[in-house]
Every structure is written in C-alpha cells, then in structure tokens.
Design a protein around this ligand. Sequence first.
Ligand code: ATP
Length: 361
Amino acid sequence: MTQTTPAVRLRGITKSFGSNLVVEPLDLEIGRNEFFSILGPSGCGKTTLMRMITGFETPSGGSVELDGKTVDRVPTRQRDLNMLFQSYALFPHLSVYENVAFELRVRKTAKAELDTRVREALALVRLEDFAKRKPSELSGGQRQRVALARAVVGRPAVVLLDEPLGALDQKLRKEMQFELKRLQKEVGITFIYVTHDQEEALTMSDRIAVMSHGRVLQVASPTEIYDAPISKFVAGFIGSCNLIDGVVTDDNGGRRVVVPGLGPVPATLPDDFATGTPVALGVRPERTTLTDQPSEGAFEGVISERVFLGDEWTYHVRAGDQTLTVRVPSGEMSAALASLPEGGRVWVSWPAAAGRVLPAD
Ligand code: ATP
C-alpha cells in the first residue's frame, strides 16, 4: 500500500438497533499516524462507531477498510488493531513485564525479540523500573500505563481508545494526556480516541470528529473546530460560546445581522446567508472586551454575576434580552472595572471578525 492509503476508511458505515438509527451513514478517512478523536455527548454513538471499526459490532450497512483492504469479513482478532478501554483488565497474578508480554507469548514471538519489544514498550510508558511489580503494587496511573504498553507492544497499525482516562483524577488525566500524545508520536501508530471531554480532544488530537445524535457534524483540526465551527452545536460543545439569535437584514446600513433588543451586531457575514434568514451569532467570551465606559459600537449592559477563576474573571452581562459571557484576563483587569459590583453598568464589544454567523438550527 502507498503512503497515502488511509489507515482506516469508512464507506457509508451505519448502525441501527431495531428501529433505532444510532450511527447515520458515514464516510470517513483516518490517516496513518494520525491522532483522531471522536467527540460527542453521552449516547451519540461514539462507542458504536468504534466497535464497528474493531469488528465487535457488525454494521447495518457500509464497509470498513484497514490499510486499503476491506475487513468486513475479517474477525476482530485478525484485524491489525488493538484496543484500550477505561476498564482495562490487567492480570493480577502476572508481573508488569508478563502483562505486557502476554500477547507476544500467545503469538509465540521469539524470546529475544519479545524481550526487546517489552522493554521498549515499558520504556515508552516510563515503567522500566516497575517490570517485576504486580498490578496491585501500582498506582492507578501506573496501571493505566501498563495497559497502554500492552496495547502498543505488538505494534498494531491502529489503537482504539475508549475514554481510557475516565477513571483517573483530574491531575493524573492531564499528565496522561501529554503522555499519550507523546507516545503516539513516538510509536507512529494511528490512535482513534473516543471521548466526551472537549478539552481532552483539543489537547491531543490532530483531527476531531464531532458527533451528535448519530451524526458526524464536523471533522477538522482542533483550531479549525474551535475557530470555525459550522453549527451551533459544535460552537457550544467545544469551548464556551455566546450564541445570540438574530436575523440577516439589508437596509441602509447594508447587509448585517440584527439582534432584537441589541440592534446591529459586529459579525462576519458570508454571502450564502440570504436576507431575512434567522441566524445565530457565535462569539467566544475571550474575544469580547469589557469596559466601564461607553465606546463606539459597544453594548451597554449590567453585570449580573462575576466569578474569579485565578487567571481570569468570567462576567455575565445582561444586555438587551441577552446574557453575554465575557472573559477578562486577570492581568488586564482595570481598577475601575474591578471596583464595579454586580449590578454595575458596563459595555461589551467584539470585533466583526469574532462574530461568527451560524445557521439558526
Ligand atoms: P457514552 O459516551 O455514554 O459511552 P456513546 O456516544 O459511546 O455514549 P453508544 O454507546 O455508541 O454511545 O450508544 C449510542 C446509542 O445506541 C445509545 O442510545 C445506546 O443506548 C444505543 N445502543 C448501544 N448499544 C446498543 C445495543 N447493543 N442494543 C441496543 N441499543 C444500543
């Protein structure tokens, strides 16, 4: 196969359970060495999609290719892939070394090669010094690393990970996110990572597929998903976003978006939104500016709530019929603004480039 053959190609893959369509027909290509995340809320079909790639689940239609070859009739264990779950089961009576070596022993890998591979895998997850321990003598994070070493030791083309960090505490999760990303780049294996955690997907992925109700809404890089979401759902699910309902008008002010109670709002309006179309304007809180003085184009409002988060303040400002979320980095907080209590008068603005026009539904 050539370098350009995708690691995974899905053609019209779909799944129904009875009359319940849980994955709508989907075409998707996942590249070699790509860190690809499937992101979406609980029940949207992520795990079902992943299980169809592994062969644990039979698709209702469509086909799965691995490395350019259809695997629809190939059982899971003969597919060149491995899996890592949140509830990974290590063998409690075996050492770390033997847990990692297990699959290679089953495959009757020659002794010297087995030893080299196991030691490499343990080095990758930084557990060289723990080879002789039993799983019960490890922390949760270390156990998860053993499971990871076990998933990559056979050097499969693809590793599928279903919420593998779900059981870890917040600090360990963060550490493991960086570890996973580093490891994936080092071993050059395609990772398909299922998560409902948008921050996790943004941190680690080369590309993200955002799913909702069995549909893949957008597939793009983390920055593109964040900066150029194509729908309200994607904008609201990835990061925080003000979503303001308005309508496209064309009057003596030219083509623009008008929001009831606020008037015309700064926005980048693509040509394909016709006059009269109801739209939603997406504005990221960190693209807004908050002042205690009126300024050109700023909307007057009242502070309804403010929360200190250490590196920034989050304000909720009532303006017209809208409640806008505004972020002020702590280092940019003026004394005048800081002195304003809840109920104080403020002005919110954003540049037209920060106002993203999205379809209303
Ligand atoms: P979570 O993040 O909670 O794991 P998910 O996005 O992975 O959710 P899936 O597990 O793929 O979602 O489930 C998608 C839908 O399919 C859900 O409504 C679920 O109830 C349904 N479903 C999954 N497996 C089966 C099954 N074997 N039989 C019937 N319905 C199923």
